[in-house]
Ligand binder design. Structure first.
Ligand code: AVI
Length: 326
């Protein structure tokens, strides 16, 4: 599953320039950080797929179980004539059962939106097996991709946006509300959002999910530095950084960091950076907020949606919410 050969530079020039600018800003900030959106190059996407197979990481399996159980009811509530757009589709594995349930009520067009061309290729292969589904990929960030997908809508057709897998959790809470409002602004009244959110659970369970004993999540986190080396000519020495997962009880979130094991200087020529690290200093690479069920109705209202239905998984607490745009 994890490829031995790494494509030299998969990013187009504009993406590479944006990556360089974000790396510059993140490594020059007083509190060093890098955006988690850069995890997902070809290697990172394959590592994320491997994370989803780990017994310790229950998010994707929970999402899949809920979608299999709720798919027919979701299809019945939405009716036929639906254009489906998925934000951050990844390889599309979790979406297949839902697409099968929705396409049973008439053919549909599925527009997976993802920054990773490799993930979109895998998604096409996965979804090709679902009868009655026409797939048209959009290689873009979430909201620009949604604008492209929405242009294809026919008269009277309803748009269903899928935002699954707990990805909303990768926004800080206030940013999540802002993002959902922007998403709502791209929809018409009556359009729907199916939102998967990971729920608060025992901290030990969460810490194990984000720091698994096989070290797959550590490799996923460190690959961000390897990607900077590959694409921006950086000289990060990967063994000099350690993966770290923390649970913040007050903010109800997991944080992932890369901790410098020793003082060092790192050069990233294409980003115009020379970054000095003290021993123990970290780069904050990801936030993964976990939600309480009660928060979700208020969140829907704050973003301009009505909460229509919710399904949860008991094995790995996770919620799938169906919201309708007011
Ligand atoms: C994509 N996202 C919802 C994952 C999460 O759980 O926050 C990314 C991830 N990071 C570490 N493991 C998985």
């Amino acid at each position: 599953m994890i490829r031995a050969h790494v494509p030299a530079s998969p990013s187009c020039p504009a993406r590479l320039a944006e990556f360089a600018a974000d790396v510059h800003e993140g490594l020059c900030a007083p509190r060093k950080m890098l955006s988690p959106k850069y995890f997902y190059d070809a290697v990172g996407s394959a590592l994320f797929d491997a994370i989803c197979l780990l017994p310790e990481y229950g998010v994707l399996r929970a999402d899949d179980r809920v979608l299999r159980r709720a798919g027919p009811e979701i299809a019945a509530r939405l009716g036929p004539a639906t254009l489906v757009a998925e934000l951050g589709s990844g390889s599309g594995t979790k979406t297949r059962s839902l697409l099968a349930a929705l396409s049973g009520r008439g053919g549909l067009t599925y527009r997976p939106i993802d920054l990773s061309a490799a993930a979109l290729q895998r998604c096409r292969r996965e979804v090709a097996r679902v009868p009655g589904v026409r797939i048209a990929e959009v290689e873009a960030d979430f909201l620009p991709g949604l604008a492209v997908a929405g242009r294809e809508r026919h008269e009277g057709e309803r748009l269903l946006v899928l935002f699954l897998g707990g990805t909303l959790g990768n926004f800080e809470r206030p940013a999540a509300v802002g993002f959902l409002r922007e998403l709502r602004a791209a929809l018409l009244p009556g359009d729907a959002l199916l939102l998967g959110t990971d729920l608060v659970k025992e901290p030990d369970r969460l810490l194990l999910a984000y720091d698994d004993p096989a070290g797959v999540t550590a490799a996923f986190n460190l690959n961000l530095l390897a990607r900077i080396n590959r694409e921006l000519g950086g000289d990060f020495h990967l063994p000099a950084f350690a993966h770290e997962a923390r649970w913040d009880d007050g903010a109800r979130r997991i944080e992932m960091h890369l901790r410098a094991r020793e003082p060092q200087r790192v050069r990233v020529p294409a980003a115009g950076v020379v970054a000095a690290f003290e021993r123990g200093e970290t780069i904050w690479t990801e936030t993964s907020c976990k939600y309480e069920e009660d928060e979700l109705v208020a969140l829907a209202r704050a973003a301009g949606f009505r909460s229509e239905a919710r399904w949860t998984d008991g094995e790995w607490p996770f919620a799938e919410s169906l919201w309708i745009a007011d």
